[in-house]
Write a protein that binds this ligand. Structure first.
Ligand SMILES: [Zn+2]
Length: 272
């Protein structure tokens, strides 16, 4: 069974790669590099995500911030803004990425909140995909977030084939752009939302695997920290976080426009 899943995954992945390689979009040359944004509120349904000391669930915080982010982006950008969920439902991780790919999203932003045994842990971390985690802490965060996958039917544990795919991905154009997007969103969270920064990091998040566009995962704050739980629960601060992420998207758009669109459009760094 595991082998069949692995083969199915590989077939799916290579189909995506092929589709993306042929998807050089001339319209993007018009200087509007972001036409479709997919926002992914982490967790949902039976998958509550992390829980705060007073009982606040990650799935509710992520949905609330994501809905506000969608509102702000729709106001500010001439782009289609889609969410992987708009209510309290469970959606398997791989379906979230597939949704972004199917809608030909130009960027994918997954919203999460962090938790740690150390109740004092605080601040924002912004991630993009890599086989090798930046550090032990980044690996731990990805392991926690990937656990949601087990609530779905298929559990894909991966092996050398997956490692090869991920290493291959690491050299693709999206990787570079994901890093730029992560940096832009992160800096905005620090500057605009006044968040303490824990850095832009890399780790193997299942929800980012196979995304064919710049994709990031924002751990907005630590729900395990009582004062951060309060911050994350406040409507005003959720809006502040949403506006900061939107500002990050806007500055990413400016960077990409200055570069003349996505790298795949310029064709300079496309993968052979
Ligand atoms: Zn999460």
């Amino acid at each position: 069974m595991a082998k069949i899943l692995k083969i199915a995954f590989l077939a799916f992945f290579f189909a995506l790669q092929a589709a993306s390689a042929s998807a050089v979009n001339v319209e993007s040359l018009a200087g509007e590099p972001i036409r479709v944004v997919v926002i992914d509120p982490g967790h949902g349904g039976d998958d509550t995500g992390a829980k705060g000391p007073s009982g606040m669930a990650e799935k509710d915080v992520t949905l609330s911030i994501a809905l506000k982010l969608a509102e702000v982006l729709k106001e500010r950008m001439d782009a289609r803004v889609l969410l992987t969920r708009t209510s309290d439902v469970f959606i398997p991780l791989e379906e979230r990425t597939a949704f972004a790919n199917a809608n030909r999203a130009d960027i994918f932003i997954s919203i999460h909140v962090n938790a740690a045994a150390n109740r004092d842990a605080r601040g924002t971390e912004t991630f993009f995909l890599s086989m090798d985690a930046t550090d032990e802490d980044a690996r731990r965060v990805a392991a926690f977030e990937n656990n949601a996958y087990q609530a779905g039917e298929a559990v894909f544990t991966g092996g050398d084939d997956l490692k090869d795919i991920l290493l291959d991905m690491a050299s693709t154009r999206s990787h570079h752009e994901s890093s730029t997007l992560a940096e832009a969103v992160h800096m905005s969270m620090l500057g605009k939302a006044g968040r303490e920064g824990r850095g832009v990091k890399q780790a193997r998040f299942t929800v980012l695997v196979g995304a064919t566009m710049p994709a990031v995962l924002v751990e907005v704050g630590f729900i395990s920290n009582p004062s951060e739980e309060k911050w994350l629960s406040s409507r005003k601060d959720q809006e502040l976080a949403a506006r900061a992420i939107a500002d990050g998207v806007a500055s990413f758009r400016e960077i990409m426009t200055r570069r003349g669109g996505f790298i795949e459009v310029s064709g300079k760094l496309t993968q052979d």
